[in-house]
Design a protein around this ligand. Structure first.
Ligand code: PLP
Length: 482
């Protein structure tokens, strides 16, 4: 194919950074932190910089990073969105080949698309292999977890037009767009944006509260929205039997169930769908993070045909749409990611490593009772909770903030010990580890050795604070409180 380009136009406005420079010199081509701080989310980067965790990190292998000080890190970050780690060679090779060979339109919104069709077919087949009632389900593709949740909410509202409310759970995290935010109970995130969609927020795992709520309000409730394991809420599993019971109660009252599997789905917890494995047969399932293979943004909302059609019926079949969802490159990468997950049986690998890892983490937590409170896990989602750094209230400082700093100080020292871990968006004093599902055995073992070394160096939580240089602490306080 010949590429015909127009003749060279007159010089346009000077763009300050050139891609060729970045490719040739990497981070050293520009003042990355300066530009991020000047043109982006300044305060976030200033905080990360004060904590010395701002990067940029370079990728040494899918499972290993190097920080700017040259420290070797095992990669357990990425918030469960990296099923194969960074730049997994088979996925990168597929993308090269796809770009070289595909002749399909990039954004075929108004035409059929083989890659989108194949992705939707494979997602439904995978779900139906575990939940046969989904054999006839439909898929709406989007670009993020929050967007997948928005589509699910609109499907539920369209399907139950008289019902305007949702049931959600304390410490749930469903995203930060306005609809999804209504289901993410966190004052910092929701405060300035009320009124939001009406949600009845129940304690996670409280069967009685759910039973009562559905008995009294079922007619007003479009759907119960549930994470099979709280992810950003700090890797919390519900009591055994809760999800199955939730399904029974909702179906008895004619209320829909949306299982948000953005974080738990596609193998992370040792199952393709954690909700289904726990005995729930949800009406709608949302997926995102791992589907993009760590390289492209993809969200998917899989819904029973009748629920899907309530949102997108006949002439109103453009009532919900987006420009980029199901775009060819994203759909192709998602299709390949799904194939790699399934062919390499990364669900089983996650289950096996999950059991091994949790046993190891529990051992570490028990040996350092003045640093840790608890170890938690669900497949390859791991968390520890830390003891409060201060056993008393600091006048003028919200306790929540003091607690939140505990986990960021731990993240900083974990990085010093050689592990890149995750913050928890909706839980204080929690550090999470979401290693790639295909991490080699030896690196997985080294990761826990390093976590143990971090604990041995900081056997009391107060140490996390004592080891933080005072000027940096003052800088952080200034950033937070002006
Ligand atoms: C369960 C769950 N739902 C939704 C989201 C939102 O996804 P995104 O950040 O892609 O919008 C997240 C993100 O962490 C999540 O964990």
């Amino acid at each position: 194919m010949s590429a015909r380009a127009p003749g060279r136009a007159q010089a346009g406005p000077a763009l300050p950074v050139r891609t060729t420079d970045l490719l040739a010199q990497g981070a050293s081509a520009i003042d990355t932190l300066g530009l991020e701080t000047r043109y982006g989310n300044s305060d976030l980067f200033a905080i990360l910089d004060a904590l010395e965790v701002a990067g940029p990190f370079t990728v040494e292998s899918p499972w290993e990073l190097r920080d700017p000080k040259g420290r070797h890190l095992i990669h357990a970050g990425g918030y469960a969105a990296l099923p194969f780690g960074e730049r997994f060679p088979p996925l990168v090779a597929f993308i090269d080949e796809f770009l070289a060979r595909s002749r399909q339109m990039g954004l075929p919104q108004q035409s059929t698309s083989e890659w989108r069709a194949a992705l939707s077919a494979n997602l439904v087949a995978l779900l139906a292999s575990e939940a046969p009632s989904h054999a006839d389900s439909r898929v709406f593709l989007s670009n993020s977890g929050a967007e997948a949740v928005e589509a699910a909410m609109k499907m539920a509202l369209a399907h139950r037009p008289k019902a305007k409310r949702f049931v959600n759970f304390q410490r749930a995290y469903h995203g930060k767009t306005l609809g999804a935010l209504s289901l993410t109970p966190n004052e910092e995130y929701q405060g300035p944006f009320r009124p939001l969609r009406d949600a009845i927020t129940l304690p996670y795992g409280d069967e009685e509260a759910l039973e009562r709520t559905l008995r009294d309000h079922a007619g007003d409730i479009a759907a119960v929205v549930v994470e099979p394991v709280l992810g950003e809420g700090g890797v919390v599993s519900p009591p055994p039997g809760f999800l199955a019971r939730l399904g029974e109660l909702a179906s008895r009252h004619g209320v829909l169930v949306i299982a948000d599997e953005v974080q738990t789905g596609l193998g992370r917890t040792g199952h393709w769908f954690a909700s289904v494995a726990a005995g729930l047969d949800p009406d709608v399932i949302t997926l995102a993070k791992p589907l993009g293979g760590g390289l492209v943004p993809v969200g998917a909302t899989i819904a029973r045909k009748a629920v899907y059609k309530s949102l997108l019926p006949g002439v109103a079949s453009k009532r919900h749409s987006n420009t980029f969802g199901g775009g060819t490159l994203a759909a192709a990468v998602a299709l390949k990611s799904l194939e790699l997950l399934v062919e390499e049986r990364l669900d089983l690998r996650a289950r096996e490593l999950g059991e091994r890892g949790l046993a190891r983490l529990k051992g570490i937590v028990e040996r350092y009772p003045h640093l840790f409170e608890e170890a938690r896990g669900a497949g390859m989602l791991f968390a520890f909770t830390l003891k409060p750094i201060l056993g008393f209230k600091v006048p003028g400082l919200p306790d929540e903030d003091v607690q939140a700093i505990t986990s960021v100080l731990a993240l900083r020292l974990l990085q010093e010990a050689g592990v890149h871990a995750c913050y928890s968006n909706n839980a204080n004093r929690v550090v999470r580890f979401t290693p790639p599902l295909n991490i080699p055995d030896d690196l997985f073992a080294t990761m826990w050795e390093r976590v143990e070394a971090f604990a041995a160096d900081n056997p009391r939580s107060l140490r996390l604070l004592q080891r933080f240089p005072l000027p940096r602490l003052l800088r952080l306080a200034k950033l937070a409180y002006g």
